[in-house]
Each structure stands twice: as C-alpha cells, then as structure tokens.
Write a protein that binds this ligand. Structure first.
Ligand SMILES: *Cc1c(COP(=O)(O)O)cnc(C)c1O
Length: 402
C-alpha cells in the first residue's frame, strides 16, 4: 500500500471506499494523478463538474470574485446570490423564492422544515412525506430518514416524523387514502438508487394527488438538475409536459465545483419561512453564487446545454448499439442526457472489475446500486472521447467473456 493511502486510512474516517489515486490537477475532461496518469472523467466528482474542469469562464469568475472577499456572511445583501436566485426562479416556477444552503443534504433538510411549517398552518392534520423506495436524498439525520436504503439509514436514530414509501400509482393512492401526508418528494431519475427514471404518468399522478389532497409536490433535482439530463431541470423536458413542482431541490452542479445548494419554492410556499426560521453561516457563499451565475451563463447563454444534449445523444446511440451487440452483459441503458446507467446482468464483483479495468485504460466511471455502471460525463464531452470510451468499454466487456 502506498504511504499516502496508509495516511488516509489512519487519519481520515472510513466513510468512503476511496480509489488509490491522488489527483494532481484536472483540466477540461481529464484528471491527472500524482504519478502522471491521465483519466477521462466520466464521473465529474459525482455529477458536480458539469462543465468539466477549470472551465475558463469559471476560472475568470473565481479570480474576480475571490479577489474581493471570500466570506462576509448572509447579514449583507449579496448581489451574485440575488442574481442567481432571480434567474433560477425565472427559469422554473416564474413566481417564487430561493433558499440557499451549501449541499444537497442541507437542501433536503430545508425542504423538510419548510414542508412541516407549511402544513402546520395550511394543513394542520397533515404530516410527513411520501418518498420513492430506494430513493436518495442525503445523509444528515432528517434527510437520511427520506433515503429509503437500509444500509444507509439502519444504524442511526429514526426521527419521529412520518415517512411513507411508494413505487406504484396504487401505493400512492393507498397512502393518500389511509394516511395524511403533507408532501411527496421524488427524484425524477433516481441517482444512487440505480439511474432509474420514474415514469411520467407516475409523476403526473403524484402531482394530481397532491392537488386533490392539498399536499405539496416536491422534486429532488440535486443530481438531475443544472443541465445534467439535457434541460435545466429534468422535469422540464418537452416530452414530459404538465409538471409544476411547488419545491425544487438543487445542489451538485450549480456551484461549478464549490459547495452550493438550495430550494426553489413557488408562490404557494415562497413565504413559509420567516426571519430566524432557518439559516446557515456559510450560505449563500458569494463565491459559490458568482460561480452559479457563470454556470448558468455557459449553459444557457453560450449554448453548452444544447451542445451537451447533442453529445449525450451520440453517447446514447453508441451505448445502445453496444447493448444490442452484447445483450448477455448489458440489460439496458437508462437515465437521460448525461446521467446514464448501464444496467448489467453481471455480479457486483464483475462490475467493480470493469470499473478498475477501465481505470487501468484511463477512463473513470462510477457504479450505482452495485450492478449499474453509472456515467455522469461532463456536458463538454467530445465526439472523439465518446468513441474512445465506447471502444474501450467494448474491449473490456469482450475480455470478460474469456
Ligand atoms: C447527492 C444527492 C443528495 C445529497 O447531496 P449532498 O451534497 O451529498 O449532501 C441528495 N439527493 C440527491 C438526488 C443526490 O444525488
């Protein structure tokens, strides 16, 4: 074992099984480690570096804003944050407000508190949230309660707050008939749960039930948001019409690599929080917020969202061809845009072997739900990189055969 790996194991808690690699620098779509090896990054820091690494527009913003100050606290008016909030509202609920925090789990916490406070005044008989079985909403104590994966929550205290699980329309209807939940919260496409898109009819029916029963309809777009699936948020695709969430959770991609998250609330719930109801020292970081604006500039004004959508189409076509050639390995390609799950017939050990074989050949991919190869590529992925990945994956899969 390398010295640096030993030190990591000695001094940092073992909450993540790390790759034995230390990154020296990252540029564009590539990572370079301390030994000079280069990796095509199809993981992007778990879907954070949507524009690849050291994007010139982001670097410029970082220096410009960073020179002024790094932190001043939320006591002051914060022009970059105000601008970002205004843009996020304009592109989603049209009429509403944003609450900023530093991470995805914090966005979930804010949503839980907001839903709870809303129901206290608007629907006092209602309490609790319906979530999707196997969904993921974060690991802090409130958020982990909504994360319905036993290996993630089982060793920790369960808050006394009702949580209901559903995976079918019938289950949703049953819960709404027999219980009194205050909201639903779903990822439009499960991330950690295996890159599985919830059917459009299911989301529409959930929204309709919310309207019928006077509940809030919330979407966790922490992974699917900020261009990841080819539209700014995953619920906004033209072929998925009719979705109008009351609350949208975001994080990961928005800060361009710096911690930033939050919730967008429509007019119904924009003023639920009053002074002192919620907050955090660091957010909104003016630096993260400035980067957030730069991310939106590149995606929406410089056309990167559209370019990413086209690149994703090429990647999908290639992967579907590979699936047709090797159906004994690949069951299906799932997800949307640059959020892709290659669902395999293989064991967890084999999938983990594929990941390390790809790494040896200079390509970094992720694994979700043990047997799904998860790709969260940058929207800046080039055609040659797509071809290189497809050829290499095919080679690794064919090698497995022998
Ligand atoms: C990553 C993620 C979270 C948690 O975000 P953190 O920043 O890791 O706390 C919550 N929900 C979804 C859908 C995520 O992908």
């Amino acid at each position: 074992m390398k010295l640096i790996q030993q030190l990591d194991e000695t001094f940092i808690m073992h909450t993540v099984k790390r790759l034995p690699i230390a990154i020296e620098h990252a540029h564009g779509n590539y990572l370079t480690d301390t030994e000079g090896n280069t990796f095509l990054d199809l993981f992007t820091g778990l879907g954070v570096n949507t524009l690849g690494h050291s994007h010139p527009r982001l670097m410029e913003t970082l220096v410009e804003q960073g020179k002024r100050f790094l932190h001043i606290s939320n006591l002051f008016l914060n022009p970059p944050a105000i601008q970002l909030a205004q843009r996020l509202v304009k592109h989603t609920v049209k009429d509403g407000k944003v609450y900023f925090c530093n991470s995805g789990a914090e966005a979930t916490e804010a949503a839980i508190k907001l839903i709870h406070k809303w129901s206290k005044t608007h629907a006092p008989e209602r309490q609790g949230i319906i979530v999707y079985t196997n969904g993921f909403h974060g690991r802090t104590l409130g958020a982990v309660r909504l994360t319905r994966q036993p290996h993630i929550y089982q060793d920790f205290p369960e808050l006394n707050y009702p949580v209901f699980e559903a995976t079918t329309i019938e289950e949703l209807e049953e819960i709404c008939r027999t219980e009194k939940p205050a909201a639903v919260l779903f990822e439009p496409i499960l991330g950690a749960g295996g890159v599985h898109a919830l059917p459009h009819e299911f989301l529409l029916r959930a929204q309709q039930l919310c309207q019928e029963h006077g509940m809030l309809f919330a979407l966790d777009e922490i992974q699917t948001g900020i261009g990841r699936t080819g539209s700014l948020f995953a619920y906004q695709h033209e072929d998925l019409p009719g979705l109008h969430p009351d609350l949208i959770l975001f994080a990961k991609g928005i800060g361009g690599g710096l911690p930033l998250g939050g919730i967008i609330a429509n007019h119904k719930v924009a003023d639920v929080f009053g002074y002192g109801d919620h907050g955090t020292t660091f957010a909104p970081s003016p630096l993260s917020a400035a980067l957030g604006n730069a991310v939106l500039d590149v995606l929406l004004e410089e056309g990167q969202l559209e370019k990413g959508r086209l690149a994703a189409q090429k990647l999908w076509t290639g992967l579907q061809t590979l699936q047709a050639e090797l159906p004994e390995y690949i069951i299906t390609i799932q997800g949307r845009g640059m959020m892709i799950g290659i669902r395999t017939h293989l064991t967890a050990t084999q999938v983990s072997h594929i990941q390390s074989e790809l790494l040896t050949r200079g390509i970094l991919v992720d694994i979700a739900a043990k047997t799904v190869i998860r790709l969260l590529p940058p929207l800046t992925l080039q055609e040659s990189e797509i071809q290189h990945f497809l050829t290499t994956l095919r080679e690794v899969l064919l090698h497995l055969k022998k």
